[in-house]
Design a protein. Structure first.
Length: 262
């Protein structure tokens, strides 16, 4: 979607060698960037990898899964890592994975079809109800697939927060405001099946100011990625704008170094 910038997501292994993503970035700094993968649930190793990736490899951000061995992102064990990500204002791309006990609920069907989407919603709700989203406001979280089912469920989450008292035992969630407003501070990409329904629902719920393009390549084959781009271009465009231009501007705000490439 963006004409000039591509982000390469790569696994981290704490070998401190030159990673493929970093090699591509160094060879072609204008069209390519990369996010480094954090080796969670080992928090000490993740802190070491974060420092190395950002300070030495020039990573644009980091990536993790929605849960790691059943530990979700709002878990207190991750507090030191969240504090450092917040201090650095490091973008964190969250890709969903299978929830714990997925065999009991997936009915034998492909887990990426439904369970991944639900797990994005689950980890976002954990960040909200644990108070971590409010406590660390400088982390630019990026959720994929249009935020999963969040556009449909944040009002229900707010009902349980405000009426039934679900949430942090502190005043953090109250101070942060209604849950739809909190979720609206997260960034989202449009990987998957963005049109005709998902992105209109997302932008109705949270606006379009933090919407990014995402292809889901290479797990989505090239033909599927091309079809997805065609659906974006064929969709009803924003008033006086295009989805291509809008997501590019948003990416430039999220990653300021992109301004130098325009």
């Amino acid at each position: 979607m963006q004409d000039r910038v591509h982000l390469v997501l790569q696994p981290g292994a704490l070998t401190h060698d030159v990673r493929p993503g970093a090699e591509i970035r160094r060879a072609h700094p204008d069209p390519f960037g990369h996010f480094a993968s954090l080796p969670l649930p080992d928090v000490d190793a993740a802190l070491e990898e974060l420092e190395y990736a950002i300070d030495q490899l020039g990573s644009d951000g980091v990536t993790t899964e929605s849960n790691i061995d059943g530990i979700y992102l709002g878990d207190p064990r991750y507090e030191p890592l969240l504090a450092e990500l917040d201090r650095r204002r490091t973008p964190v791309f969250v890709h969903p994975t299978s929830p714990p006990n997925h065999r009991a609920v997936s009915l034998g069907r492909p887990r990426p079809m439904l369970e991944f989407i639900f797990d994005t919603t689950r980890t976002a709700s954990d960040l909200v109800f644990s108070g971590r989203l409010q406590r660390y406001p400088n982390i630019p979280w990026i959720l994929t697939h249009g935020g999963g089912t969040l556009p449909l469920l944040t009002q229900r989450m707010e009902l349980f927060r405000s009426v039934f008292g679900v949430g942090s035992t502190t005043d953090a969630t109250d101070a942060a405001g209604p849950i739809p407003e909190q979720i609206g501070r997260i960034w989202f990409d449009m990987a998957g099946t963005p049109f005709p329904y998902q992105i209109p629902a997302l932008t109705t719920a949270f606006g379009s100011e933090r919407l990014l393009y995402g292809s889901d390549y290479c797990w989505t084959p090239a033909a599927g990625t091309t079809s997805q781009v065609d659906s974006v271009d064929a969709a009803t465009q924003p008033d006086g704008d295009t989805w291509r231009a809008l997501t590019t501007r948003n990416a430039q705000r999220l990653l300021p170094r992109l301004d130098d490439l325009t």
